[in-house]
Design a protein around this ligand. Structure first.
Ligand code: NAD
Length: 399
């Protein structure tokens, strides 16, 4: 099949297998070009490993010089022969093929990471194949979660708290600025978002791993959070998702105590920078902020993608124990620099439809967005007929 991008709203419904493989290879090449990450775990579980920050974490652990054995968990779609698989599926196929080619252990699980069944299957595999893991990366971003205890389905929403919020947003396809109003969250919205994106599920994973004696002495776990500037505070940090992140962050303190106590381990939150991922492109206002931010960070030579962020986090923070006054790892430090935020605010305050295309680099945003689905990568022949049905090596024979 000749695979072309098909954009529907803020997602692309097709993905290119060779393009996704090149996207993975580019990230591998980056970490290989850097000094080896000698302290990172040797047996690593990544929950949410197929795209974005989780994929970058799996790549950095395996190819950053440490040849870590990795187990990845994600929720992706295989190809049905007519439609392409999702990008995260092709990323994971490429990751496994490349890891296996270098003699590394890599197994993947496709399904609901929030379920007790998935936890049990993954832990059984850890026990059988690796004995224990020494690093657990928690990088899920999901719009819904079924509680494994009561079966109820909770939905995460992006809403301000207290009052409605109106600001400029961007309609990327139409190249138009538009004023968007988000209605204030109800108490139920806040509670449901916390159920999905808070720390409850992370805690269930760590408790289950401890219970099964599947964590090495000194094991570390890290989950990802975001704070962001004043400009996005109403909708992000002071909104429903911010409450969920508060919960994730307080969970990290509890897990830190528990891990210190039980295995001499540690739990961390890493506050990462805003990047284009399938999840973040769906958040109102964020893409416009992000487009301006990228322009400013590129001009100052400090722009980073997921892989750069995670490499820096592994190399300079997680194992050095370098944290801020709240105990958080901060690799959003360059995004939050005063000179960068002052410049972003300056552009934002003067933004109008007339200068939109000068102020924002929408072509770069389009390229970054399409790259998530394997389009626009150098060296890939997009006119060629490609096989879209790509089995995951570690799942072959499992149906
Ligand atoms: P992403 O959409 O690229 O990745 C999400 C991952 O979760 C994918 O692997 C997906 O398959 C998996 N997933 C979703 N639901 C699942 C389920 N039910 N079972 C199994 N797997 C499931 O997202 P991302 O932007 O990399 O976000 C990862 C984390 O990083 C989130 O906690 C997010 O808040 C945080 N973060 C993101 C940004 C950003 O700008 N993107 C910034 C800072 C922090």
């Amino acid at each position: 099949m000749i695979v072309q991008p098909k954009i529907r709203g803020f997602i692309c419904t097709t993905a290119h297998p060779e393009g996704c493989a090149k996207h993975v290879q580019d990230q591998i090449d980056y970490v290989k070009s850097q000094p080896a990450l000698s302290s990172v775990g040797k047996k690593v579980l990544v929950i949410g490993s197929s795209t974005g920050y989780g994929l970058a974490s799996r790549i950095a652990a395996a190819f950053g010089g440490n040849k870590a054995a990795t187990i990845g968990v994600f929720f992706e779609k295989a190809s049905d022969g007519k439609r392409t698989a999702s990008a995260g599926w092709y990323n994971s196929v490429a990751f496994e093929e490349k890891a296996h080619a270098e003699g590394m252990y890599a197994k993947s699980f496709n399904g609901d990471a929030f379920s007790d069944e998935m936890r049990a299957k993954v832990i059984e595999t850890i026990k059988n194949d690796l004995g224990k893991v020494d690093l657990v990366v928690y990088s899920l971003a999901s719009p819904r979660r079924q509680d494994p205890k009561n079966g109820e389905v909770y939905k995460s929403v992006l809403k301000p708290i207290g009052k409605d919020y109106t600001n400029l947003s961007i309609n990327i396809a139409a190249r138009q600025l538009e004023e968007v109003t988000l209605q204030a969250a109800t108490d139920d919205d806040i509670a449901q978002t916390q159920k999905v994106m808070g720390g409850e599920d992370w805690q269930l994973w760590i408790d289950a791993l401890l219970e099964a004696d599947a964590l090495e002495d000194g094991a570390r776990t890290v989950a990802y959070s975001y704070i962001g500037p004043e400009l996005t505070t109403a909708v992000y940090r002071n909104g429903t998702i911010g409450r969920a992140k508060d919960h994730l962050e307080s969970t990290s303190k509890e897990l830190d105590k528990k891990l210190k106590d039980k295995v001499g381990g540690r739990a961390f939150i890493s506050v990462n920078k805003a990047v284009v991922t399938q999840s973040s492109s769906a958040i109102p206002f964020i893409p416009l902020y992000f487009i301006i931010l990228t322009r400013v960070m590129q001009a100052k030579g400090v722009e980073e993608l997921c892989i750069h962020q995670i490499y820096r986090m592994f190399a300079e923070r997680l194992y050095a124990g370098k944290v801020d006054d709240n105990g958080f790892i901060r690799v959003d430090d360059w995004e939050m620099r005063e000179d960068i935020q002052t410049e972003v605010n300056g552009y934002w305050d003067n933004l109008s439809q007339d200068n939109l295309l000068d102020v924002s680099d929408l072509d770069t945003y389009d390229k970054d967005f399409l790259r998530l689905f394997g389009f626009g990568l150098e060296g890939v022949d997009y006119a060629a007929d490609v096989e879209i049905n790509r089995p995951l090596p570690s799942m072959e024979g499992e149906g």
